[in-house]
Design a protein around this ligand. Structure first.
Ligand code: UD1
Length: 369
């Protein structure tokens, strides 16, 4: 042990899959003491504790209780709480991931204490300023000293914004490491059969973004279109609490709604699906890795690599287009059989090496090839 310490600040479901492989690689390497601060942005056990245990992450050293609220309230509460936590932990480096409100709060709390920040999944841009995540990403990148990226367009975005190439490490996709570590067991468990579904015989749905689910008209149209598709291809919809809270009284019988699922159950359903309909960023990447056609109900994506090199089709924020999915599948949509570079299961190790390098403990690896 060097006496150097690292603190991760996380708060929402997609953060955990991104840090787990880095945490594991650094734990195995043994040089650093690692702590986790959970802001409590997500507080349902299914969006927090259950996932920590499944992904092999230890319980957070510090658990805050930020909870829900407006963006300003939630980000501010996470900022105040994280600052106190970092004062207590005195880390040498703070690691944040992705683009949720807790990511920005963690980065801001750190820099205001004079602590360097490492941003995992840096450089993504949707160029859509109506998304809270776009502000979180851009601001976090500009607060960070170490920017770990997972696709080439992220490097281009950062360089275009004047970020010094020496701060950027192209390490690959740590969330894909997590997927690869769990996918064989997930497939074997065949979770689809527990819901009476056949492998490659159903459509998996995830929708939770405010642009869609906070608009009652659009959510109703999406459910209606899914109901219609469901008469031909069974539809299963594990539902995020945000969506659940906005659900109209009547959901078509042909759409099977479940609560949010544990990571392994969801991955099993994703791997076994004929296709996926989503507005999630992570699911666009996971389906590319799994080779499962993905239809994204958004006008843009910060992950264009999933279209250029993966299985993603952007349908637009137009739920009516869900009706086209069986026809698009019959025409071979989303059949690409490629995978973006460095989505290879070793990104966590490259990220760990880059972190050690930034702390002066190892030469930096994973720089832009
Ligand atoms: C957040 C992220 C989003 C990410 C998503 C993954 C931001 C701006 N958004 O969105 O980028 O894709 O997480 O899930 O950070 N709720 C519960 N239980 C919980 C958490 C939330 O019931 O444990 C409900 C509450 O009604 C809350 C709503 O979900 O108001 C939204 O939660 P919030 O954390 O604000 O944003 P998400 O929609 O989860």
């Amino acid at each position: 042990m060097t006496g150097k310490t690292l603190a991760y600040v996380v708060g929402a479901r997609p953060n955990y899959m991104k840090i787990a492989p880095i945490h594991a690689a650094l734990r195995a390497e043994g040089t650093l003491v690692q702590s986790i601060v959970h802001t409590g942005q997500h507080y349902d056990p299914l969006l927090a504790e259950t996932l920590f245990a499944e992904l092999g992450l230890p319980e957070p050293e510090i658990q805050l209780a930020v909870g829900s609220g407006s963006h300003g309230e939630q980000t501010a509460a996470a900022l105040v709480g994280t600052e106190r936590a970092l004062v207590e932990l005195e880390p040498d480096l703070v690691v944040v991931a992705g683009d949720v409100n807790s990511t920005l709060a963690g980065a801001l709390a750190a820099v205001k204490l004079g602590l360097p920040v490492c941003h995992v999944e840096a450089g993504l841009r949707s160029f859509d300023d109506s998304m809270p995540e776009e502000h979180n990403r851009r601001l976090t990148d500009h607060l960070s000293e170490v920017l770990l990226v997972h696709c080439r367009d992220a490097v281009d975005n950062l360089e275009r914004e004047g970020i010094d190439a020496a701060r950027i490490g192209f390490v690959g996709n740590t969330m894909i490491d997590t997927l690869l570590a769990h996918v064989d067991a997930a497939r074997e468990r065949a979770v689809w059969s527990a819901y009476g579904l056949q492998e490659k015989g159903y459509l998996l749905v995830t929708l939770h973004r405010p642009a869609l689910v906070d608009n009652p008209g659009l959510l109703a149209l999406a459910l209606e279109a899914l109901g219609e598709v469901g008469r031909e291809l069974p539809v299963i919809f594990p539902m995020h609490p945000r969506t659940q809270a906005r659900l109209p009284a009547a959901v078509p019988d042909s759409v099977l709604v479940t609560p949010s699922l544990p990571y392994g159950d969801f991955l099993s359903l994703e791997a076994g699906a004929s296709a996926v309909v989503t507005d999630s960023g992570g699911v666009q990447e996971e389906t590319t890795m799994l080779g499962v056609p993905c239809f994204t109900l958004r006008d843009n994506t910060e992950r264009p690599v999933t279209i250029a090199e993966g299985t993603n089709t952007l349908l637009g924020l137009d739920p009516e287009r869900v009706r086209e999915i069986p026809g698009l599948l019959a025409l071979g949509a989303g059949q690409q059989d490629r995978c973006p570079p460095l989505w290879d299961g070793r990104a966590g190790q490259r990220a760990a090496a880059a972190i050690l390098g930034a702390l002066g403990l190892r030469p930096v690896v994973g720089s832009v090839p």
